[in-house]
Ligand binder design. Structure first.
Ligand SMILES: NC(=O)c1ccc[n+]([C@@H]2O[C@H](COP(=O)([O-])OP(=O)(O)OC[C@H]3O[C@@H](n4cnc5c(N)ncnc54)[C@H](O)[C@@H]3O)[C@@H](O)[C@H]2O)c1
Ligand SMILES: O=P(O)(O)OC[C@H](O)CO
Length: 297
């Protein structure tokens, strides 16, 4: 029996499959058949003792409900970064109905799939309340990926999801040609904002200044390799969200996560001005008006 399989063959699933195939055989599966080495059926993938699930945040509840059978005590790594918009639930809350906490971990940190799939150096954090999950998965990773351990699942999840919303804001800022000063201010205020949001849910401060927070935020909010940043660029040009997403053809988790953060911030009275303006812009507010409101706040 193979040891490890990736479920979901999008950009990140394929990059993780490439990385995890360096030291051992690694299977991959997805809902549509792909021409990838070691592509197998879902049934076969689920027989593996170690699973890496790279299905986007907004889809995972339905996918788990319809496809997931947890009978073998598998160890699971969740590779998505997002918060469910309809409920405001974090991924660890959704997965808790299916997988015991001691057998699940969450990947975070700056990691563009396009670079990982070229074997370029990368540092990730494996977040789990059980260090045994880290101990199991760490040996599977290739030498070009350094994997750190953290027990702060909530902090890593919030940081990874929130930075996508801030990357949209940063894309808008650059798309409006507001300059480097403005972008640096936005990113640093964004870091404070996500930390404040995380505190409300019991996240550790240290997660926000490390790889999961600042690391991933600096990466995503300053590169056109980021889908979320590119959504921001399109919005600044006045393009319709629907068209931007169609052209992107890949998931930009920040779009739905902005809704989730807006909902959670309203319910828990958290001051989240940047995420709020991103949500309003996604709903049609002109970006220049948002800027005025942010500065005068
Ligand atoms: N691409 C990156 O650089 C990167 C890096 C780190 C984390 N992530 C995160 O990983 C997740 C996946 O991103 P991606 O880059 O692979 O996106 P993608 O758009 O390239 O692929 C998404 C994949 O999910 C599958 N999928 C979508 N809905 C599904 C459903 N209902 N059932 C089964 N499969 C479904 C699609 O078929 C596709 O293969 C996102 O949460 C993203 O934020 C991406
Ligand atoms: O392309 P994005 O914006 O989904 O970002 C990808 C990763 O999360 C970067 O770490």
């Amino acid at each position: 029996m193979a040891e490890i399989a990736v479920i979901g063959a999008g950009k990140w699933g394929q990059a993780l499959h490439f990385a995890l195939s360096q030291k051992q055989e690694c299977f991959i599966t997805s809902r549509t058949k792909r021409d990838i080495k070691n592509f197998v059926s879902l049934e076969k993938a689920l027989e593996c003792q170690h699973l890496v699930i790279a299905i986007p945040a907004q889809e995972i509840r339905e996918w788990l409900k319809n496809n997931f059978i947890y009978t073998k005590g598998q160890k699971i790594l969740v590779a998505a970064k997002g918060i469910e918009a309809t409920t405001g639930e974090f991924l660890n809350e959704i997965y808790s109905d299916y997988v015991p906490e001691k057998n699940i971990g969450f990947i975070s940190g700056p990691s563009f799939a396009a670079e990982v799939i070229q074997g370029l150096p990368c540092a990730l954090v494996l977040n789990s309340t059980s260090k045994k999950v880290y101990d199991k998965f760490k040996p599977f990773f290739p030498d070009f990926i350094k994997v750190y351990y953290s027990s702060d699942v909530t902090g890593a999840e919030i940081a990874g999801a929130y930075k996508n919303v801030l990357a949209i804001a940063s894309g808008i800022c650059d798309g409006l040609h507001l300059g480097n000063n403005a972008r640096a201010s936005l990113i640093s205020r964004g870091l404070v904002e996500m930390q404040r949001f995380g505190k409300k849910f019991g996240a550790k401060k240290s997660s926000f200044i490390g790889l999961s927070g600042a690391g991933d935020l600096f990466l995503t909010a300053s590169s056109t390799l980021s889908r979320n940043y590119r959504v921001g660029l399109g919005l600044a040009k006045g393009e319709k969200l629907e068209n931007i997403l169609k052209e992107l053809g890949e998931v930009a988790e920040g779009v739905k996560t902005a809704e989730a953060i807006y909902k959670l911030s309203s319910e828990h009275f958290i001051y989240s001005p940047i995420a709020r303006e991103v949500k309003l812009i996604l709903d049609g507010k002109p970006p220049k008006e948002s800027l005025k409101d942010l500065i005068s706040d």
